[in-house]
Design a binder for this molecule. Structure first.
Ligand SMILES: Cc1cc2nc3c(=O)[nH]c(=O)nc-3n(C[C@H](O)[C@H](O)[C@H](O)COP(=O)(O)OP(=O)(O)OC[C@H]3O[C@@H](n4cnc5c(N)ncnc54)[C@H](O)[C@@H]3O)c2cc1C
Ligand code: SF4
Length: 483
């Protein structure tokens, strides 16, 4: 344990942000790391609970009290080894994880959890600075070949684990760069992309072969890949966006969030406009932007629109406004439903709740406004919440650009999935359990959002790691990889 009385003596202090006025002008990350001695003090607040709820709240089961104690004792390199034992890419989660561990921390009972995510990020950032993070090259090759299809966090974690136990791994990616939604989706200001490149370099040195610009199911058939490799992991994400089925949907200026966000990531990577936006530029500059959908993707659209110079930004959410504070007695240590304000929302947008978009209105084929109505959610006889229009509450919202960020309906089916013939679950994701990660097709495994549906980076890393173990067991009869 760190300092037994630490939690009584030391105030919680977390990383700060650059001021909105400053960060609105930059595409770079704006979170300011804590000085190293302060990180040690924050780690001292950990009570090393008998039942570490943080550890359970963390999808990769990070050994949080252990590395908190090590950081407090200035044993950073050991802390790094410990952190890497459960998480291949803590610099990704240390930046963009919503931190369910902190929600679960015992000290969150009075809203003062240990700054777990900040400590995690500090450990791994220091590890890179000190040169402690090197390729881990398998001492022996097994002679087995594995194809991993999709290079998001699930595919990257899976490929890295498999290469480290000596399999020859080829990671296929249909985009021109590796990283999945970390690369094309999550904006640079939340996570700069050189962080992915550095891991790609490490993985290449560990023997992973990267083949970008290859879509399995289009450029190479699913059957050819299944034939050519001893095992195949499908980790292609949940790419099918939920659409808005209203009249006027076809108007110019209504776009899926991902089309908008990907273009900006490509510009950030230095691509020409022709390459970044082959089907035409989607820009928020000078526009009245309406973002439909109140989640992470919606927030990323807001931050991107702010930086592009939108005239105004409004975010609509169909669900009612959540409470400012959760009822701890009911929710802790689970993830609570409460009002959250993201850094992007803080930079400038109007938020409106319990609003339904009914119709898109425009002229000359271009969007000009949205017809909306307020709704209330009432329980029906069976206790299920039903949406009802509030009488007389219809209103119109000026809109030159509408970004649809209403979630995802699972993986795209044409191409790899259809060709593979693998069974889907009732939600349209690939069916596979979390013990052996096998699909209904021999040699074919599934992990990440393609298996569990739209989720989080930390869950993708967990599934990639666990799936790697399942594949290793399938190929070798046994595995030394952690579950
Ligand atoms: C805009 C946005 C913001 C988000 N922000 C956060 C956040 O802040 N924190 C967080 O924890 N989570 C966030 N998420 C969720 C998180 O990004 C995903 O849960 C996570 O990336 C899923 O990882 P994955 O590896 O399963 O799939 P993905 O990251 O989706 O990667 C799948 C990859 O597979 C490739 N692919 C698909 N099919 C094929 C094929 N047939 N052949 C070759 N390649 C293929 C795709 O091109 C893609 O690169 C966000 C999601 C979005 C959309
Ligand atoms: S729940 Fe919080 S205080 Fe308890 S061990 Fe985990 S981080 Fe430390």
């Amino acid at each position: 344990m760190g300092k037994p009385t630490g939690f009584l003596e030391i105030e919680r202090r977390d990383r700060g942000y650059e001021k909105p006025a400053v960060r609105r002008k930059s595409w770079n990350e704006f979170v300011k790391p804590l000085p190293e001695p302060e990180v040690g003090k924050q780690a001292a607040r950990c009570m090393d609970c008998g039942i570490p709820f943080c550890h359970n709240g963390c999808p990769v089961n990070n050994l949080i009290p252990d590395w908190n104690s090590l950081v407090y004792r200035d044993q950073w390199q050991t802390a790094l080894r410990n952190l890497h034992s459960t998480n291949n890419f803590p610099e990704f989660t240390g930046r963009i994880c919503p931190a369910p561990c902190e929600a679960a921390c015992t000290l969150n009972i009075d809203d003062n959890p240990v700054t777990i995510k900040t400590i995690e990020c500090a450990i791994v950032d220091k590890g890179w600075q000190e040169g402690w993070i090197e390729p881990f090259i398998a001492p022996h090759k097994t002679g087995k070949t594995v194809a991993v299809v999709g290079s998001g966090p699930a595919g990257m974690a899976c490929a890295q684990q498999l290469a480290r136990v000596g399999h020859s791994v080829t990671l296929f990616e249909k985009s021109d760069r590796v990283g999945g939604l970390l690369r094309y989706g999550i904006p640079d200001f939340k996570m700069e992309k050189w962080l992915i490149d550095r891991r790609v370099e490490q993985m290449a040195a560990e023997g992973v072969e990267f083949r970008t610009g290859v879509e399995i199911g289009v450029d190479v058939s699913a059957a050819a890949v299944i034939d050519a490799f001893d095992a195949v992991v499908m980790s292609g994400g949940a790419e099918l966006p939920r659409d808005l089925e209203i009249s006027g949907r076809e108007l110019d200026g209504i776009h899926f969030a991902m089309d908008f966000l990907t273009q900006q990531n490509k510009r950030g990577a230095g691509d020409s406009e022709e390459h970044a936006a082959p089907d035409g530029t989607i820009s928020a500059k000078g526009k009245h932007v309406v973002v439909i959908g109140g989640g992470d993707t919606g927030s990323d659209c807001i931050g991107t629109s702010v930086r592009q110079g939108a005239a105004s930004i409004t975010q609509l959410e169909i669900m009612p406004r959540p409470p400012e504070h959760e009822d701890k007695g009911l929710t802790w240590p689970d993830w609570p439903l409460k009002l959250r304000t993201s850094s992007s929302q803080e930079e400038g947008c109007e938020r409106d709740w319990a609003v339904l978009t009914r119709r898109a209105i425009g002229s000359n084929g271009r969007i000009e406004a949205l017809d909306c109505v307020r709704v209330e959610w009432v329980k029906d006889a069976s206790g299920r919440l039903q949406m009802q229009d509030v009488a007389g509450s219809a209103f119109q919202l000026k809109a030159d650009l509408v970004l649809l960020a209403m979630g995802f309906l699972g993986p795209r089916k044409p191409g790899m999935i259809e060709q593979s013939g693998a069974t889907l679950d009732p939600r349209g994701n690939l069916r596979a359990n979390t013990v052996d990660y096998r699909t209904s097709v021999a040699k074919l495994f599934a992990a990440g959002d393609m298996r569990r549906g739209q989720s989080l980076v930390v869950w993708a890393i967990r599934e990639g790691r666990q799936c790697a173990r399942a594949v290793d067991e399938f190929l070798m009869g046994t595995s030394t990889l952690p579950r």
